[in-house]
Design a protein around this ligand. Structure first.
Ligand SMILES: N[C@@H](CCC(=O)N[C@@H](CS)C(=O)NCC(=O)O)C(=O)O
Length: 288
């Protein structure tokens, strides 16, 4: 006999507009824009349209790291409120047909180049500035191995574990078990690897660390899904060491603040148009 709550799929799936989950109001089974809206363009060569989720933070951390190295990577970071559906505006969809932050317009050359998918943005910038991506072929490949590992793995953590543990309208045992198992397996993959080297690609801090830290580092530091105890993140000692080391980098601390609309007001810099904004434009200083 089937349990009373078991779902019996209809012959053809139909979109039920409000399923009660936290992101139900913005999720749709169709792509494309919902409204016309041009995006603002600032004075810098790079125009970023984003929000300080883990995928967004990857890019702002890299920009701040590049600037800290003295590279000409000045950028405007515009806020995209995904909870309000701003990723479905026509201008945003023109840059990212997948309607997800982060999205970048590289206006540093004669013809603007659109860049979407956080991994693609990291590679684009790292190659352009010859930084955080080793030139040695074996080290470069190892960096790409871990970068692609992160891009393929994080949806199980965010869309799987995070969704069912923190956002679904009720706690369902089957998906929470399924994705907790996978999240812990992934943490163990990282922990075993980081037992052998300080960073993911060896001795050097690379875009693979930036991408992976934004998800698994912040998870280990207790910042995602209120799940630190449930996942026993403290038991992954090498991940803890790696996450804490990266967290202490000034560029990482700045990058985390950009396009951030949650947390303590002094950690929120809704938009970043100048390096001085970190001192003068945080929400504790300008918030109403
Ligand atoms: N694979 C994409 C994932 C981007 C992504 O999922 N972005 C989320 C925020 S973290 C988003 O914009 N969600 C809005 C939506 O799904 O409508 C990347 O790494 O850039």
């Amino acid at each position: 006999m089937k349990p009373e709550h078991e779902y019996v799929p209809p012959t053809v799936w139909a979109w039920e507009q409000n399923n009660g989950g936290q992101w139900a109001s913005i999720n749709r089974p169709i792509a494309g824009p919902t409204h016309d809206r041009e995006l603002p363009v600032g004075k810098h060569p790079f125009q970023l349209y984003s929000l300080a989720t883990p995928n967004g933070v990857k890019v702002t951390v890299l920009f701040e790291e590049l600037l800290a190295l003295g590279k000409e990577a000045e950028y405007d970071a515009w806020l995209i409120q995904i909870g309000d559906g701003e990723q479905f505006g026509s201008g945003f969809v023109g840059i990212n047909p997948n309607s997800k932050i982060p999205a970048l317009m590289d206006r540093s050359g004669d013809t603007p180049v659109r860049v979407f998918e956080s991994g693609s943005i990291l590679v684009h910038l790292a190659e352009k500035f010859d930084a955080f991506l080793p030139s040695d072929p074996a080290k470069r490949t190892e960096t790409m191995n871990w970068l692609f590992w992160q891009m393929g793995s994080a949806p199980y953590l965010g869309g799987g574990f995070g969704h069912f543990y923190a956002y679904a309208p009720a706690k369902f045992e089957y998906p929470i078990n399924r994705f907790t198992m996978e999240a812990k397996r992934q943490l163990d993959v990282l922990d075993r690897h980081l037992a052998e080297a300080p960073y993911l690609a060896g001795d050097e801090y690379t875009i693979a660390d930036i991408a992976t830290w934004a998800w698994y580092g912040q998870l280990a530091l207790g910042r995602l899904y209120d799940a630190a105890e449930f996942l026993d993140v403290a038991s992954y000692a090498h991940v803890q060491r790696w996450a804490t080391t990266i967290d202490a980098r000034p560029a990482v601390q700045r990058g985390r603040m950009v396009n951030r609309t949650f947390g303590a007001p002094h950690t929120q810099l809704h938009e970043r148009h100048d390096a001085s904004d970190f001192e003068t434009r945080t929400q504790d200083k300008i918030g109403g």
